[in-house]
Design a protein around this ligand. Sequence first.
Ligand code: HEC
Length: 267
Amino acid sequence: MTVFRTLAIAGLLLGYAAVTSAQSAVDEIAKYRQQLQDGNPADLWEARGEDVWKQKRGPKGVSLERCDLGLGPGVVTGAYAQLPRYFSDADRVMDLETRLVHCMVTLQGMSLADATKRPFGSGTNRSDFEALAAWITAESRGTKMNVSISHPKEAQAYRLGEKMFYFRGGPHDFACATCHGESGKRIRLQDLPNLTEKAGAQLGYTTWPAYRVSQGELRTFQWRLYDCFRQQRFPELKFTSEASIALTTFLAYNANGAAFNAPAIKR
Ligand code: HEC
């Protein structure tokens, strides 16, 4: 089956209308996005995230201010542009959310179950991760992506992520590459970036987290992958799982060189 047909079927299955790729529509969408960008409610998540970072919490009653995101304890500015990365104190590669969980457990004394009980928010059940990610990533806005794969465990995560990206499976035999391996594809009003090309990988990665207008929530990269697993009809992607970190490493590394530009705002 050609990728185009697969995509068309994917569109139907997902209840999406096929969309024209006419340039005028593209221009209109760009205009709409620009208008949205001017009043991005992500600010609210950023403010709350800074509060959460500084609050004394957990059984040990300490803040996250000594959390080491890779550039030293408490250094937030620019840290996200170098994540995921290998952390020797945990002897593993971690993305932002995984590192935050690590700090909640080791610094604040939370149980793993408590720390991870609400990865994503809905309505009044807000997620600390979405707030923290909004603030922390905003502190890397404008910084060039600079993810390393020089440590063997980083290289291993990258290779695993790459393998997963091209791995076909599930009831529709989809891989990530089925939807994200061709340029100029769109479902509804949403571009399907070609993540196999430099420009697409950069755009697709550096614009998350994003405030989702349709959901009224700020969503993190963990959520992005979680939702694409759902669209792919794969088993539920476990929050901060090795699989999620590997895919993030693959995509983040491929975005190297581009200026980080989130939290963004999307449909
Ligand atoms: C069935 C088609 C489909 C599959 C398979 C799929 N995605 Fe997606 N992906 C989408 C759609 C549609 C969007 C954007 C639209 C939305 O949900 O708003 C998207 C968006 C994304 C984005 C954000 C791009 C941006 O510019 O905002 C990333 C990154 C991404 N997908 C990664 C993946 C990865 C990694 C996989 C494999 C685990 C995957 N996708 C599998 C359909 C798919």
